[in-house]
Every structure is written in structure tokens, then in C-alpha cells.
Design a protein around this ligand. Sequence first.
Ligand SMILES: C[S@@+](CC[C@H](N)C(=O)[O-])C[C@H]1O[C@@H](n2cnc3c(N)ncnc32)[C@H](O)[C@@H]1O
Length: 227
Amino acid sequence: MSWDEAFASRYDEWSAHMTADIAFYVSLALQADGPLVELAVGNGRVAIPIAQATGQRVIGIDSSPAMLDQARRRAAAAGVELELLEGDMRDLALAEPAALIYCPFRALLHLPTWADRRRTFERVAAALRPNGRFAWNAFAFDHRIAARLDGVHQAEPVPHTVRYAVGDNRVDLALDDGAKSSLWWATKNEWLGLLDVAGLQLEALYGGFAGEPFTDDSGEYVFVARP
Ligand SMILES: C[S@@+](CC[C@H](N)C(=O)[O-])C[C@H]1O[C@@H](n2cnc3c(N)ncnc32)[C@H](O)[C@@H]1O
């Protein structure tokens, strides 16, 4: 189970602390001339500020009807229009090539296998304009964080427990109320390999959303790629 519908009812609280990425994705969107597409749009946390800042067409794709419902309600409350499509990012196909495809908050890690990601990257490559961009972020696995968090109950931001399944490079999140979600982490070379097989070029790898250089100590991969 990579994403449980029951998670949707707690997603606002779960994601409330995550604001640092918005300016980064908005700045890429402001440089893009054409359709903007968010993979795994969730509740529209990033897509709504992007639509507000750019006035451009923003398409949001998500496999969860409950999350799309939240995005619809939040967009209406913010007075912006999002084109929200229920679908799996592995099946991405756009009527018009995109100027920017982006996937915030580590959502590509909900894809369980390398083959799932390869397929998604190939779909992204086929869906971009020649001068388009693909941007995403994901955590870098850190054994020290895993050792500290594994099996330990945490009260914030929503009461939950995290368990690491190292053999499957997987983290399982279980909220106290029963909702579950899993993430499969990937290494830098796996991400670079995905670009390679999809025929995409690395434009930048940052270590954070302020454009910090990526170093051996970075905990987050922030990627920008081009066809
Ligand atoms: C961590 S949330 C990210 C939401 C949003 N991008 C954000 O930044 O807040 C993960 C989202 O990924 C969606 N998701 C998981 N697997 C998916 C898939 N294969 N295709 C499309 N959406 C997927 C879930 O439904 C959920 O809304």
C-alpha cells in the first residue's frame, strides 16, 4: 500500500510544516511558458500558489479521489482554477506538451519499484516541450535518522509510527488512526540512471530548496532536468 485513502483526512495537518519547497517550485513555474503539470498533486498545497503566481494553466494529476476532492475545495476557496485529473503518474499522457512537470514532497517515492519510476520518467520525457523542465525532490536515506526514528511513536505533526524495511528500501508510515503510507527511497545514482534511460539531462542537483549545493551531507535531493 503506497498511499491509503484514509491518509487524506489528516493530510492538511501532516503537510502543514512543509512550506520551504513552495517558493522553489513557484520560481521554476514563473520561468516556464506553457502548461504546468504537477504529478501527485495531493491537496493542491503547491499547485494553488503556482496558479496564483503564474496565472498559467495548471494540471494536477493524482490517483486519490479523496486528495483530489481536497484540492478542488482548496482551489475554489483560493479563487483559482486547477485542472484536476484522477490518474496514475505511471500512465502520464498529456494532450499538449508541458513546459514544466514537477513532483514535490517526495511523491515519486510512492512508486514501489525502479521499473515504475523508469516508466514515469519515460512518460515525463515524452510529455515535455523541447525546452521544458522536470523537477522533483526526494530524501536521501540517512541511517542515523532511520536508527533514531524506527519504531518510535511520534506525536507530531499527527500521531504516528515509522518503520524502516531496509531490505526493500522502504519506510512505512502508520498513523495512530490506522491510515498507512509507504515510501521507497532511492540513491543519487538511481535517480541519475532514471534520467539516463529516459533520455533526460541533468540541469541541476541542489541540496535544498534555496539552491544550496548538493554535498555528501545533504539530506534532500532537489533535481531539475531537461529533455
Ligand atoms: C505526499 S503527497 C504529495 C502531495 C503534493 N504533491 C504535495 O506536495 O503536498 C503524495 C500524493 O501522491 C499520490 N500518489 C501516490 N501514488 C501515486 C501514483 N502512482 N500516481 C499518482 N498519484 C499518486 C497520493 O494520492 C498523494 O496525494
